[in-house]
Design a protein around this ligand. Structure first.
Ligand code: ATP
Length: 261
């Protein structure tokens, strides 16, 4: 798949992508133990677009996100990410000594946002994830799903233009995950960051994505993609979501079979 030259906006103007990944390769390690994790992958994410990346285990999804986040450098190719992205992982990684509100406020505090504004923003974010009444609790007093909702609120606090999510809901039960999908979608629609969301779960990709990109088995390349036109909010168990997921699963199976792992 080749990168588009830009994304046509309404009215025909072409806007610069929020993320441009242009023929990026990544080799981990060196010598005999070197692993080619990504092989000339090209992918653009438009401003405000929600892109889900799926692929077999070990195909380089996390490597891709760490490159886009700037945590690691590509071996070859070019990455253009105007503005600093924010990352969210499967582990909420909250500070246990801070309250829930304190955790959400922390990135704002580090960014120099004044106290009154920080408080107000944290209050709004916690209301969006339905945790307003837990603002003064400590993380250990919350369930795993609630902690991940705090992490979601914290991730969105800085209003960065690019949000990178690495299996953020992979450890949650189905009902909690549904709730987080709704909350993430609502926050995304309000704030409209570009999202690059990595998941093993094709139904989750069909529930959330404007577009789903399939990575090949190692080395990872963007080998296939589809746009999802079903109206939002979608349900994980709706026939439309199931149909998209079935198509992605078939492609994924073919890809895994082709590589024999
Ligand atoms: N620091 C490293 N040194 C050597 N090999 C690495 C390193 N990091 C990742 N790899 C290898 O690169 C390949 C891609 O890893 P990566 O974690 O990006 O895949 P993934 O698609 O996110 O995997 P999973 O779906 O299992 O989370 C794997 O074969 C992995 O073993």
């Amino acid at each position: 798949m080749t990168a588009a030259a830009g994304t046509p906006a309404p009215g025909g103007a072409v806007t610069a992508p929020a993320v441009r990944i242009d023929a990026v390769s990544k080799v981990h390690g060196r010598g005999a133990g070197a692993v080619l994790a990504l092989d000339e992958i090209s992918l653009d994410v438009a401003p405000g677009e929600f892109v889900c990346v799926v692929g077999a285990s070990g195909c380089g999804k996390s490597t891709l996100l760490s490159l886009v986040a700037g945590l690691d450098a590509p071996t070859a190719g070019e990455l253009t990410v105007p503005g600093r992205p924010v990352l969210m992982f499967q582990e909420p990684a909250l500070y246990p000594w801070l309250t829930v509100a304190g955790n959400v406020e922390l990135p704002l505090r580090l960014a120099g946002v004044g106290r009154a504004e920080r408080r107000e923003r944290a209050r709004d974010l916690l209301a969006s994830v339905h945790l307003a009444e837990f603002a003064q609790r400590r993380p250990h007093q919350l369930s795993g799903g609630m902690r991940q909702r705090v992490a979601l609120a914290r991730t969105l606090a800085l209003e960065r233009p690019v949000l990178l999510m690495d299996e953020p809901f992979g450890a949650l039960d189905a009902m909690t995950r549904d709730l987080l999908h709704d909350e993430l979608e609502a926050l995304w629609q309000q704030r409209r960051p570009a999202v690059l969301f990595v998941t093993h779960n094709v139904r989750e990709a069909a529930r959330l994505g404007d577009r789903i990109v399939l990575l090949s088995s190692r080395p990872g390349r963007a080998v296939w993609q589809t746009t999802v036109d079903a109206p939002r909010p979608r349900r994980m168990d709706s026939p439309e979501t199931a149909a998209v997921a079935a198509e992605v699963t078939a492609r994924l199976r073919a890809e895994v079979r082709r590589h024999g792992h």
